[in-house]
Design a protein. Structure first.
Length: 382
């Protein structure tokens, strides 16, 4: 059995660390010895160190690492990879994360399944309720397995595997300059102090995958911290509180539902009978550059010849293409042939499928006002 440790990342928030550790105490470890590492970056307080020293961990050895100098979040988290010199896998949890009591059962099964798989860059505990680049709800397509795969790394509860982490870290040492590229989401370039953007870019450029559960085993409380001044609750998600004794996990990318680094379903290439090299998928209406491709699939009107159009009736949105739903809401363009942009009524996809406005409704607490807006949107649709 793989030797596993849990690493918690702390800085200056005692209450956050206490909440995370309390959730870890509530988990089932199935009799497996599991060490706990509490790594604390240098801050202007000693309260976190004092709490960590007093905390009791009954499931294995407790190791408290106190850094004498402030590393910053990127260096602090990347430094945890050194633990993989001792352990076969580590669960990495920042202090604003909470885990499900069932997270370790998923962890054990996923590590056993993927520890020697070269296509896998890591394993996520978290399952996105929103596309983080568009702040619109994300619902992955389901095919009978308990997990899917994405060219997107994770920071809100993740498992690093020894072999795969070492491959990434060697790549990182040669790519510390985050040079411009149209092949990665442009949002990443604004994350000046991020470590996650490197892991995600590695996945995209090397076609490596993170395994994602359909039901989340961790959630992000989004508290104010080093990279978030005000706090947010957008990425809080439901937790899976129980688990099957034997999860049905896809063995390889060939078995799994696959999403790229822009949250686009890769099975659409086969459905369109086009290759990834010649077609740009943009169902999220997010990309700004696609000139290197001949074809574009998008709900936005562009001045190019429409080869085929689809309706917007099914969710997830890609089902409209997979099921060949008739309509005039999603367009497959030939970018080599200029034409008049398709005329259409008010772009309801912005409201009903990308949900940019619906995500804003999460901040509206007045129940009646929210329902008035929903009724208004339904009237536009009809």
């Amino acid at each position: 059995m793989a030797k596993i440790a849990i690493t918690t990342i702390a800085y200056n928030r005692v209450n956050s660390l206490e909440r995370l550790l309390r959730s870890l105490l509530d988990a089932n470890y199935y009799g497996v010895r599991t060490d706990l590492i509490i790594s604390i970056d240098k801050s202007n307080t000693t309260s976190v160190e004092e709490f960590a020293d007093a905390f009791e961990w009954p499931f294995g050895e407790k190791i408290v690492r106190k850094h004498s100098q402030n590393l910053g979040l990127r260096k602090h988290i990347l430094s945890q990879g050194k633990s993989l010199e001792i352990y076969d896998a580590i669960v990495v949890l920042e202090d604003d994360v909470v885990v499900s009591p069932a997270f370790f059962g998923y962890t054990l099964q996923a590590i056993k399944k993927y520890e020697d798989n070269p296509d896998i860059a890591g394993i996520s505990l978290y399952s996105f309720p929103l596309n983080p680049y568009t702040n619109s709800p994300f619902t992955p397509f389901k095919n009978g397995y308990d997990a899917f795969m994405m060219n997107t790394a994770q920071s809100w509860g993740q498992i690093w595997l020894k072999k795969q982490w070492n491959e990434f870290y060697n790549w990182y040492l040669e790519h510390t300059d985050f040079t411009p590229s149209n092949d990665v989401p442009q949002n990443l370039f604004a994350w000046e102090k991020s470590w996650l953007k490197y892991h995600t870019r590695y996945c995209i450029e090397n076609n490596k995958y993170f395994v994602y559960p359909y039901h989340s085993f961790s959630t992000n409380c989004g508290e104010a911290g080093e990279h978030n001044n005000t706090g947010y609750n957008n990425y809080q998600t439901e937790l899976q509180y129980s688990i099957n004794s034997q999860l049905n996990l896809p063995s390889t990318p060939d078995d799994a539902v696959l999403y790229d680094g822009f949250f686009e379903n890769k099975s659409l290439y086969d459905a369109l009978n086009l290759s990834e090299e010649e077609c740009c998928l943009d169902l999220n209406a997010f990309k700004n550059t696609f000139s290197s491709k001949r074809y574009l699939l998008s709900p936005k009107p562009y001045p190019y010849k429409v080869i085929k159009s689809y309706g917007l009736k099914l969710r997830p949105i890609e089902c409209n293409i997979l099921q060949n739903v008739a309509g005039n809401d999603i367009f497959l363009y030939d970018l080599t042939d200029k034409a008049e942009a398709p005329k259409r009524r008010f772009p309801t996809y912005m409201l009903l499928y990308n949900y940019r406005i619906f995500s804003a409704l999460s901040f509206i607490r007045q129940y009646k006002l929210k329902n008035i807006l929903i009724d208004f949107i339904n009237r536009i649709k009809n």
